[in-house]
Design a protein around this ligand. Structure first.
Ligand code: MLC
Ligand code: AMP
Length: 505
């Protein structure tokens, strides 16, 4: 039976002394060296009594070892559960409990904070730090650099990725080996990746974009990555001449354009720039072409589906659109009320079906049934339309969601927290335009009768409870929220009133 994910992404590189990761210290790790590291980790994991199908929750900084842990989970048949490094202990407790993780891997700095949550949920706790040290690495170092891959089928789960929801509770999207493999292999073809490509990789590796789109595509094509711990403008400019491709969220592109050192000459050896995870302004697309001569290739995806659409490699890359459905991906635009397919040109909800679409939310059958139709179409919650040439335009969201620098923020989660605060009657979180992050959350608070909410104290509690990127950038007190005749809060009015809060001056 084998192990298709391991065999087709990792095993194919056995024995190759070609570079895979160019690391910040100037060293390169070869494909063979990476596989040795992964096998040692796989031995360490099974040495902890983990068995195929167990969940491994991982909140660690980006490093070669962190990526090897992903490979090790594939090799040992474990379900990889990567977590944003910004999550607080309170948020992590939920993920550990909900997933029933058998092992939690974290930075030594967070070990004490997580010990209780791990113990309460019967999970083991091991550490892995950004420099590769930690208790899990120590175990791995004592192991053999060889591991017989666990038998798995394409239908077995490979990863569980948590994504927040409009009800405020995060849901674990179940992704099979086939979901990941089909998408990686499709994207290699669509974007013409080869073993000569060098990808400038500055994305985090706890999300679909940096982990599956970027890493799996490079693995499937046999190329290499300049593996940066995070986006740093100076590093990007310095290393761009050594790369052939880059993937980024729109903030990467606006930050690059904000620097005069980013020129046509600097990008002359680049073959392809890809953008996604949030809308790329048509203006950014145009400015980028004016400055560099390159047309950014925009694509559209989700945690639940990997990539759905892409602008063409050879044809026109149309600014403000996300291109066409990928091969084998069906996409339709439906009426939000009836679910009926709408005529081309009409705006409706984007639904997708294909080998990329996930299997449902971990142990949440009702939520799965609400979004994944029996015929296999997934209701994305994004609003879109086809233009006359078949390009898909994303024109908005049918779901209450804010995307800040490529990170999703669900207002409901923050509103529930604000509503609990002393002196607060109710609240609304809105997304307003932000020059760097695209959008940023702002909180509107309505005081309980006769009370004055203590904004400083509320801010401290919010900071303790939720990750930094979700913090409202400003809290504003209003006597009441605007409502329509049905009593529904009119967020559109609030968004309009505060749209210039962070406008460029
Ligand atoms: C960091 N901060 C953010 C933030 N990232 N706040 C809001 N939104 C963000 N995205 C916090 C930092 O902790 C810091 O807090 C402060 O904001 C300013 O930090 P910074 O130094 O300016 O930010 P930086 O670390 O440079 O990060 C910005 C970024 C990063 C845009 C480079 O967020 C990033 O790499 N985003 C990519 C996200 C991504 O991969 N998304 C893909 C999801 S998958 P303080 O307290 O220190 O001031 C998906 C599917 C698909 O959506 O289609 O791809
Ligand atoms: P996530 O849940 O983090 O995977 O985020 C998925 C969401 O990001 C989608 O539902 C879209 O709303 C948004 N998204 C991803 N790519 C694009 C894009 N190219 N343009 C606009 N929105 C995008």
């Amino acid at each position: 039976m084998g192990n298709p994910l391991y065999d087709r992404l990792f095993g194919i590189h056995a024995g190759k002394d070609t570079p895979f990761l160019h690391l910040p210290d100037g060293q390169a790790l070869t494909h063979a060296g990476f596989l040795d590291m992964a096998a040692r980790f796989a031995n360490a994991l099974t040495g902890l009594d983990l068995e195929p199908g167990d969940r491994v929750a991982v909140q660690v900084e980006k490093s070669a070892e962190a990526l090897a842990l992903y490979a090790a989970c594939a090799q040992a048949g474990l379900i990889f559960l990567p977590l944003n490094t910004g999550y607080t202990a309170q948020e992590l407790n939920y993920f550990i409990e909900n997933s029933g993780a058998s092992l939690v891997v974290c930075d030594t700095a967070h070990e004490t904070g997580l010990a209780e949550a791990a113990q309460r949920n019967g999970a083991r706790l091991e550490t892995l730090n950004s420099d590769g040290s930690g208790s899990l690495s120590r175990r791995a170092l004592g192991m053999l650099p060889a591991f017989e891959p666990a038998h798995r089928s394409e239908d077995d789960l490979a990863a569980l990725l948590y994504t927040s929801g409009t009800t405020g509770r995060s849901k674990g999207a179940m992704l099979t080996q086939a979901n990941l493999l089909s998408n990686a292999e499709t994207l290699v073809q669509a974007w013409r990746f080869t073993n000569r490509d060098v990808l400038l990789h500055a994305l985090p590796i706890f999300h679909t974009h940096g982990l599956f789109v970027a890493t799996n595509v490079v693995l499937a094509s046999g190329g290499s990555m300049i593996f940066l711990p995070k986006f740093d403008l100076d590093d990007m400019l310095r290393l761009m001449p050594q790369a052939t491709t880059m993937m980024g969220v729109p903030t990467f592109y606006t930050r690059l354009l904000s620097d005069n050192r980013f020129t046509r000459e600097l990008t002359q050896d680049m073959r392809l720039f890809i953008s996604g995870s949030a809308p790329l302004l048509a203006d950014t697309h145009v400015q980028f072409e004016d400055r560099t001569g390159h047309r950014i290739l925009e694509r559209y995806g989700m945690t639940e589906t990997n990539m759905n659409t892409s602008n063409p490699y050879d044809g026109e890359r149309r600014a403000g659109t996300v291109g066409f459905p990928l091969p084998d991906v069906e996409l339709k635009i439906t009426d939000p009320e009836t679910g009926e397919t709408l005529p081309d040109g009409d705006i409706g909800i984007i639904e997708v079906r294909g080998p990329n679409v996930f299997q449902g939310y971990w142990q949440m059958p009702e939520k799965t049934a609400a979004e994944l139709r029996e015929d296999g179409f997934f209701v994305t919650g994004d609003l879109g339309r086809f233009d006359e040439d078949g390009y898909i335009h994303i024109v908005g969201r049918g779901k209450d969601l804010i995307i800040s620098g490529g990170y999703n923020i669900y207002p409901k989660e923050i509103e529930l927290l604000l509503d609990e605060q002393p002196g607060v009657l109710e609240s609304a979180i809105i997304g307003v335009p932000h020059p760097d992050f695209g959008e940023t959350p702002v909180g509107i608070l309505v005081p309980a009768p006769g009370e004055t909410p203590d904004i400083d104290a509320i801010t401290v509690r919010v900071h303790h409870a939720i990750a930094r990127f979700k913090h409202p950038r400003q809290l504003i007190v209003l006597d009441e929220l605007p409502r329509n005749t049905m009593g529904k809060v009119q967020k559109n009015i609030l968004r309009e009133n505060y749209k210039d809060l962070f406008a460029k001056t």
